[in-house]
Design a protein. Structure first.
Length: 223
């Protein structure tokens, strides 16, 4: 859950939790839909909106998140048909560059990747968000602090043979990279990667800079 949404209504949350346990004890067990509804009620009773940190962030209002959360709770992966349907639906949400330019300035991309600021209730609504890329990925061989939830991105462009990211030959990997950053679930239904563009975390210009960081031969990623 997003800790930027503040706790409130603890007593109501406890009461709802007891209602869940009572329902389980008196019947053969609640349905998935009933549990989802009760969970949503508990969350809404326990959190409140504060500035730009909205309570909706921690409720299952998004069908993709709902299905992936259910699969995670069951301990079983999504069936192939559902996974493909999720990916197809998310692929339709990708907004491609409005001016046709996929690459920006890798130096600005590095700054965005390093920054984890943004979207908390104390951040200004007009302050640019960071991408927080290093929280999950290794990107620069000189960087000693990075997460390992996602794969290493060292030499991301070089490994994929991108010597000129503006060439026609590089177009497929450039488009894939843009799409993956914009909405990761278009390529992996229940990816842990944030849907940076689709969810409004990063702007089109910021996504352009991150793509440059990953694909520009002069970027530290590809050194």
């Amino acid at each position: 859950m997003n800790t930027s949404v503040l706790f409130s209504g603890r007593a109501r949350a406890v009461g709802l939790a007891l209602a869940v346990s009572g329902l389980s004890a008196c019947t053969s067990g609640p349905t998935v839909a009933e549990l989802d509804a009760l969970t949503d009620a508990v969350v809404k009773a326990s959190f409140r909106t504060e500035a730009q940190a909205k309570v909706e962030r921690v409720t299952q209002t998004d069908e993709t998140n709902r299905l992936c959360s259910q699969a995670d709770a069951s301990g079983k992966p999504l069936d192939e048909a559902t996974a493909k349907a999720i990916e197809a639906a998310n692929l339709k949400t990708i907004r491609w560059p409005s001016d046709g330019r996929f690459l920006g300035d890798w130096k600005q991309g590095e700054q965005i990747a390093q920054s984890g600021r943004g979207l908390t209730w104390t951040d200004g609504a007009n302050t640019p968000n960071g991408g927080n890329c290093y929280n999950c990925h290794q990107m620069d061989p000189k960087e000693i602090s990075y997460g390992t939830i996602g794969p290493s991105l060292l030499q991301y462009g070089k490994i994929r043979g991108v010597t000129d990211p503006n060439s026609e030959a590089s177009k497929p990997i450039v488009e894939y990279t843009w799409g993956k950053i914009w909405n990761s679930k278009a390529y992996n239904a229940c990816s842990n990667m944030p849907r940076a563009g689709h969810m409004g975390i990063l702007t089109e210009a910021q996504v352009r800079h991150i793509v440059a960081l990953l694909l520009d031969p002069q970027s530290p990623v590809n050194k």
